[in-house]
Ligand binder design. Structure first.
Ligand code: ADP
Length: 500
């Protein structure tokens, strides 16, 4: 099959959160399984081009329509982690992707609508002729109506379209004029059965357009797929999803184990695995090397060396992620005889300012460390060097950090919501056999809730190291790779090709 993924992120070069990881991981697995995979992303000026191999200009003159005129675009082509990637570089005078950032501009809607039209225009003009167009989130959802109402009509008959929703909170609400700028008559789409927003009926909802006009929609975990059918989880799109439920499915994201793997991690100073005896048969457990990384992590972050567990958290600092509970854990960790390490950054200025104040306040606290920017290498060190990892999200479509933590033998504590409930099974309360448990969960998103899990975990770490080690190994041995989820996507693609 020839599959083209069109997205606004691609790890490691254009990554804000999990979306970038998912596009890379799924595409690599599809390609390993013999499929012909292409990726199209914007050519942001903040991409580090050293991470792209054989980057060349494919054409300097792809003409794409916007606001009544045709603008040229340079299309670059290169290889990222061995995948073929097309980069769209608009010559539009507003420099849509030369802003020093991926998102967060006032005209994000216009930037990604422009990108959506240019991407499908390129596929059409270059006759790439894919079997599947796989779209991601609102940023590329408009390609679905563009395809049905414009490109199919001019002879682009082959591709089936699939939209993956990574987070229902971001829907791409815009005016009818915004849609008109890319050549669709916006007013015609302002109807409940088309793209009219349920909450603000004078607005167009791009994500809704993706659901209505795609052949299939997925979201990133089975449990989140249930939650989004309720008013609380669907954020206005529950009725649209319910109406199209026969072509909607939750598929759990995977982790790219060629990147996130303590046995081969390129950023780690030592490697370890869940096997009790190392390959050279010395009788040493390589898992003990995790302790060495813990010491290095402490040195790097100026935490005192002490017999205590380190609790880690790596997250975008936004309300969804349970910010109050992160602050609570930070504030009470010393009395619980633990240490706390936060790696996070916030796109929201008030939250960013608050955490910078906290960083100042904790200053040279021997048990608490805050790093408030994006740092890939430190993330790997934290996953490997911590004992416990918290994900106290208010809602979480899938969540990758708890799955990565499992692979590194760092026991997760999560709030039981969305994909967190699909992946973490409480050692005391899940009712599952011990071998099938891998962490701690809590329900109430408050101090009492997180305490109910954190206190149990820390108590186990101090008093029952044998049980703790087994719990670590259960997590490390789980297969949360892309192998299984990619098979589910391949099945869906095949069904779509056969069905229509
Ligand atoms: P979301 O997509 O909502 O941000 P996910 O759990 O799906 O959440 O994915 C988060 C990804 O981003 C993980 O790979 C995590 O390691 C990474 N990440 C988040 N914040 C940082 C940071 N400050 N530095 C490095 N990596 C980060």
């Amino acid at each position: 099959m020839h599959i083209i993924h069109i997205a606004s992120e691609l790890a490691p070069l254009a990554k804000v959160g999990g979306l970038g990881d998912v596009v890379l991981g799924l595409c690599r697995e599809l390609s390993w399984k013999g499929h012909n995979v292409d990726i199209i992303i914007p050519k942001y000026d903040c991409i580090e081009t050293e991470q792209i191999k054989n980057l060349v200009v494919e054409t300097k003159n792809l003409l794409s329509f916007y606001q009544g005129e045709w603008y040229s675009n340079t299309i670059w082509i290169g290889r990222v982690e061995d995948l073929r990637v097309y980069f769209i570089d608009p010559h539009h005078p507003r420099f849509f992707f030369n802003r020093g950032c991926f998102y967060g501009c006032d005209d994000d809607i216009e930037r990604f609508l422009y990108f959506s039209r240019a991407a499908i225009e390129y596929i059409y003009k270059r006759r790439l002729n894919p079997d599947i167009l796989h779209l991601h989130d609102w940023q590329t959802a408009a390609i679905a109506p563009l395809y049905v109402d414009m490109y199919q009509k001019i002879g682009m008959a082959k591709p089936r379209t699939l939209l993956t929703i990574h987070n229902m909170n971001y829907q791409g609400r815009c005016t009818t004029d915004d849609l008109t700028r890319i050549g669709l008559d916006g007013v015609l789409y302002l109807k409940p059965e088309n793209m009219q927003d349920h909450v603000y009926p004078h607005l167009i909802n791009l994500l809704k357009g993706g659901i209505v006009y795609s052949n299939f929609t997925t979201t990133v975990s089975p449990n989140y797929a249930k939650e989004v059918l309720t008013p609380e989880g669907g954020k206005g799109l529950e009725s649209t999803l319910s109406r199209h439920q026969d072509r909607f499915q939750g598929v759990l994201n995977g982790i790219d184990y060629s990147y996130w793997n303590p046995e081969i991690d390129r950023f780690l100073p030592a490697h370890y695995s869940s096997r009790e005896i190392s390959a050279n048969m010395t009788g040493d457990s390589t898992l003990d090397k995790k302790g060495l990384i813990k010491t290095l992590l402490r040195e790097k972050l100026n935490l005192v060396e002490d017999f205590r567990p380190i609790v880690g958290c790596i997250t975008r600092l936004i309300p969804q992620k349970g910010i109050d509970l992160i602050k609570y854990t930070m504030g009470h960790i010393a009395e619980k005889k633990g240490q706390f390490v936060l790696l996070g950054s916030s796109p929201i200025p008030s939250i960013s300012a608050e955490f910078h104040r906290l960083k100042h306040q904790y200053g040279d606290d021997p048990h608490v460390s805050l790093t408030l920017h994006h740092q890939e290498e430190l993330a790997h060190l934290i996953y490997a060097g911590c004992d416990i990892f918290i994900v106290p999200s208010l809602f979480e479509p899938c969540g990758l950090t708890q799955m990565i933590a499992l692979k590194y033998g760092t026991v997760p504590i999560v709030r039981r919501t969305g994909g967190l409930a699909d992946t973490i099974f409480d050692v005391d309360t899940s009712g599952k056999p011990f071998e099938e448990t891998n962490g701690y969960t809590f329900d109430r998103p408050d101090a009492q809730g997180i305490d109910s899990a954190l206190n149990r975990a820390i108590h186990c770490w101090f008093t029952n190291p044998v049980k703790w080690r087994k719990l670590m190994i259960h997590g490390m041995k789980m297969d949360l790779s892309w192998n299984h989820p990619s098979d589910i996507y391949i099945d869906i693609y095949k069904k779509l090709i056969d069905l229509f």
